[in-house]
Structures are given as structure tokens and as C-alpha cells.
Ligand binder design. Structure first.
Ligand code: VGL
Ligand code: ZN
Length: 183
């Protein structure tokens, strides 16, 4: 079974938000199209407490229950089956969707017989990369949508480095148009 995993497509990672990927909005229509092509769709949310050590290195963003942590208005969220919350503890960054605390993502995927993960979302250098590397570690066949992932571009070169890291770890980099109906 194949599943689509949308990483942290949230207001604070979009222009106007607290920690924006400058071109993040471009992926929303691409993700909306992908939503129709998968039977199972999981979305992760960055979901931090105010006293998180995460905020020693990042501006305040994606506080639990805040508007910044909400999905953007343009996302067709009715097609999302399950939302997983990550970065919820005050003691760690929780970059990866596999660190979600409201449910064990690995168990959920096993229960749904998922063996192939198609990953999109924000941001290339942090949460997408960490989620992809954890997916590969857990032996999922892992695809990453080149045209449905965007970077925060905080440090020059990190975006390209992240793509290379994901690819050399075994991820397949694909374009959304390559994935046909009911992928
Ligand atoms: C992220 C930095 C801090 C991400 C989350 O979603 O990529 N980046 N928190
Ligand atoms: Zn965060």
C-alpha cells in the first residue's frame, strides 16, 4: 500500500508566517492534485510548546493550537486521513514525522500495510529531510516530490545538500506528474 505524507504544510512556514519557505505557496496546488491520487494521506504538523528548547535556535513558530500551526486555507484538508503532531515536547526539536507523539507513525503505517511512502511538504533542509531519512531507516520505499517540497533557505547551499543527502540515503526524487491516478 502506498501513502502520501505531507510534512508541515502550515501557515508559519509560508510567506507571512514566522519561519517561511520563500516559495512555499507554490506547492499548495501541487499537493492538492496529489491528494486525489492516494487512498491514504497523512499530514504532519509542527506543534510546539512555548517553553521548547527548539526556540533557542528558531523564532517562535507553530505553537500548539495557534493560527501559525494551522493548515493554509488553500489546502484541501478534507482529503487528509490522519494528522500527526511532532515537536510537541519541550526537550527536543522533533523534526521528523516519525517522532510524532499523538500516535506512533510506524505502527499506524504497519496497521495500514503501507510499504511505500510518497513525501512532500516543508521544509527541505529540516523536517522533510529528517522524515525522509527516518522513513528510509525504517525500510519504507521512499519517494520525494521535487516539485512539492520547498526550502526555508536560511543558509546558502543547505537546500541542495539536503536533496543530495536524501538521494544518497536511497530516496527516489520524483515529479508529481510522474505519479498517475491511484499511484
Ligand atoms: C521546521 C525548522 C523548525 C520544518 C520545523 O518543518 O522544516 N524547520 N521547525
Ligand atoms: Zn519547529
Amino acid at each position: 500500500m502506498k501513502a502520501l505524507l505531507i510534512v508541515d504544510l502550515q501557515n508559519d512556514f509560508l510567506p507571512g508566517g514566522a519561519l517561511p519557505a520563500p516559495d512555499g505557496k507554490q506547492i499548495i496546488p501541487v499537493v492538492n492534485k496529489l491528494l486525489d491520487r492516494f487512498e491514504l494521506v497523512i499530514a504532519s504538523k509542527d506543534w510546539h510548546p512555548e517553553d521548547s528548547i527548539h526556540f533557542e535556535k528558531w523564532p517562535l513558530h507553530c505553537l500548539a493550537n495557534s493560527e501559525g500551526a494551522a493548515f493554509p486555507a488553500g489546502l484541501e484538508q478534507s482529503k487528509i486521513n490522519t494528522v500527526v503532531l511532532k515537536g510537541t515536547r519541550n526537550s527536543d526539536d522533533g523534526y521528523s514525522a516519525f517522532e510524532a507523539t499523538n500516535l506512533q507513525l510506524n505502527n499506524y503505517l504497519a496497521e495500514n500495510k503501507v510499504d511505500e511512502l510518497y513525501i512532500c511538504g516543508l521544509t527541505t533542509e529540516y523536517c522533510v529531510k529528517n522524515t525522509v531519512l527516518d522513513a528510509l531507516d525504517a525500510n519504507y520505499k521512499t519517494y520525494v516530490f521535487r516539485d512539492a517540497v520547498e526550502a526555508v533557505k536560511a543558509k546558502a547551499g543547505d537546500e541542495e545538500k539536503a536533496w543530495q543527502e536524501m538521494q544518497s540515503a536511497g530516496a527516489s526524487i520524483v515529479y508529481s506528474e510522474e505519479i498517475r491516478k491511484n499511484a
